[in-house]
Ligand binder design. Structure first.
Ligand code: CU1
Ligand code: CU1
Length: 275
């Protein structure tokens, strides 16, 4: 049984095993295939064209399926590993243990943004950035970029209070739970965290930074929390909508999964909510 824990609650051994599994996938090439897939969807998802991974209703089920596939790859290396989640409303500064040298390492140096500490520092030799949107082959961060603040719990609660999953025009203009959570409207939750971390996280190749998985595991948990609060609110749209993934449409790049298949996370994992 896979139990996803708050990263702040992980033991030293759990952190080490998660990091070791990431590095094993980097070494065997599987890690970079996830980066390539993600960037492909970022490049092709548009507000007025066909959209699957982002700026559309399937943002949440698409990333849920993407994380499950990645978690299964980690578990093929080490069955004890599960994706941790990063509650950025609580661990909201660069001084968080998340960024310590025994876990993800910290921010980048001022000259070029290069992460200099921890297992993912370029000098460690274990984390080459191969799938790039520029010429730089090292992990970059700029924690707190541009004076950004991470979202607060009150901002999260204001989005969880929204009752409609999604709404026309089913893109970055929608006034809906999905779009406020994704961050194109309103208080901006998900997108803002990508920008706060900076470096590759602010680009389509964001999974180059391992914190991508912890951020999206929390976004995924917020979807589950919203479902529990609004049991009468279905995934939308139900059917017949152009350019977006309806409830029972197949979601690229997979040929065996629909949003309906992803509505219940509990066959795949649960969340450890112990404090
Ligand atoms: Cu994404
Ligand atoms: Cu994201």
């Amino acid at each position: 049984m896979t139990v996803r824990k708050n990263q702040a609650q992980l033991t030293a051994t759990e952190k080490r095993r998660f990091v070791d599994a990431l590095i094993a996938l980097k070494r065997n090439g599987q890690y970079d295939t996830f980066v390539t897939t993600h960037n492909g969807f970022i490049m092709s998802d548009t507000d007025n064209g066909n959209r699957v991974g982002h700026r559309s209703p399937s943002f949440l089920p698409w990333h849920r399926r993407f994380l499950i596939q990645f978690e299964q790859a980690l578990q093929a290396v080490d069955p004890s590993v599960a994706l941790p989640y990063w509650d950025w409303t609580a661990d909201r500064t660069a001084a968080s243990s998340l960024w310590a040298p025994d876990f993800l390492g910290g921010t980048g140096r001022s000259r070029d943004g290069q992460v200099m500490e921890g297992p993912f520092a370029f000098a460690s030799g274990r984390w080459p950035v191969n799938v790039r949107v520029d010429g730089r082959g090292f992990l970059r961060r700029d924690l707190g970029a541009g004076g950004q603040q991470l979202p607060t719990r009150a901002e999260v609660d204001s989005v969880l209070a929204m009752t409609t999953y999604d709404a026309p025009p089913w893109n970055s203009a929608s006034n809906s739970f999905r779009n406020h959570l994704e961050g194109w409207r309103g208080v901006n939750l998900h997108n803002r965290v990508h920008v706060w971390v900076g470096g590759q996280m602010a680009t389509g190749v964001s999974p180059n930074d391992p914190v991508f998985w912890l951020h999206h595991a929390f976004i995924d948990k917020l979807w589950a929390d919203w479902q529990a609060r609004h049991p009468g609110s279905p995934y939308l749209p139900a059917a017949g909508t152009a350019n977006v993934v309806d409830l029972n449409d197949t979601m690229r790049p997979w040929n065996d999964v629909t949003p309906a298949d992803m509505l219940d996370h509990t066959p795949h994992y649960t969340f450890d909510t112990a404090a």
